[in-house]
Write a protein that binds this ligand. Sequence first.
Ligand SMILES: NC(=O)c1ccc[n+]([C@@H]2O[C@H](COP(=O)([O-])OP(=O)(O)OC[C@H]3O[C@@H](n4cnc5c(N)ncnc54)[C@H](OP(=O)(O)O)[C@@H]3O)[C@@H](O)[C@H]2O)c1
Length: 307
Amino acid sequence: MRSILLRNYGGETAVQVAESPKPVAGPGQVLVRVRAAGINPLDWKIREGAVRDAFPLQLPAVLGIELAGVVEASGPDATRFQAGDRVMGPLGGLGAYADVVAVDEARLARTPERLGDVEAAALPVASLAAWQSLNFLGPIQPGARVLVHGAAGAVGGFAVQFARQAGAFVVGTAAGEDLAYVRGLGADQVVDYRSQRFEDLVADIDLVLAYVGGDVIDRSWQVLKPAGAMVGTSSPEILARTPPGRQGHWFVMQPDAALLERLAADVARGTLKAKVSEVVGFDDIPAAIERNRAGAHSGKAVADFTR
Ligand SMILES: NC(=O)c1ccc[n+]([C@@H]2O[C@H](COP(=O)([O-])OP(=O)(O)OC[C@H]3O[C@@H](n4cnc5c(N)ncnc54)[C@H](OP(=O)(O)O)[C@@H]3O)[C@@H](O)[C@H]2O)c1
């Protein structure tokens, strides 16, 4: 079967289309015939070796962390799904960029009938990460002031909507045409990160969602209330960038099939917007990973394996 393999840490060419043996479903696992897989920033961070301490890997490794597809077979003690069921989910590990993947069935949600596979593959990691990071310290309260950095990104787009639905006052940072997109998702205030300094325009924030790292984290402490908190997704660096006495948290998404099923149902009925910015074929996955690294897109790129 086809796979997208990382042989050694490096740049775009370190990731290549390869042939791999078809896996066998272990206890509690199902074999999924993958129809689509979401492209994530974690793909190029892994490729470059940037997160090798947080996510130690044995190379070569098949990349890809989320998928949508069809159940082909069930392993021992796997009873939730039948062959032919459409499923979607985060793997909680690597290996989604392959024609067939063995997945713990507990991590998978049923794909709603009205949702296509490409749309479904865009949801697991971004929607779960957005929901869980927003509510990391407890349910977000009406009237809370939330600053979302990277609001036009895959995670940020969902977080803006979830925060707004919870009754929060939402500020989003983005750039160019994405500013209108973020406003359309429900942000009360948008800040152009290329031409404006958010710290000049925003104050008294209860929660900063740092979906962007680096100095954005350092500059955000001054807009937080003294008791406010920052939750960072981009790397564990947020811990080292948290001054004494302040609340900074490194967040890692946890697979949650029940929550994913609920969020996918919201997308299917149109009450939650999900933006697929680019659809590529299997052979184009290495280039799409590199484009994700280079930035300048809103929403999510997805690989359509049926192309
Ligand atoms: N820890 C976890 O469990 C977890 C889970 C999911 C994601 N993540 C991480 O969370 C981050 C966001 O993921 P994603 O999938 O949403 O990525 P994404 O779709 O690539 O979105 C990132 C967004 O950030 C914007 N951006 C770049 N620099 C910015 C700045 N200085 N200020 C404001 N916005 C800026 C980009 O805009 P441009 O297009 O203008 O560059 C882009 O829209 C990534 O670092 C990812 O690895 C972590």
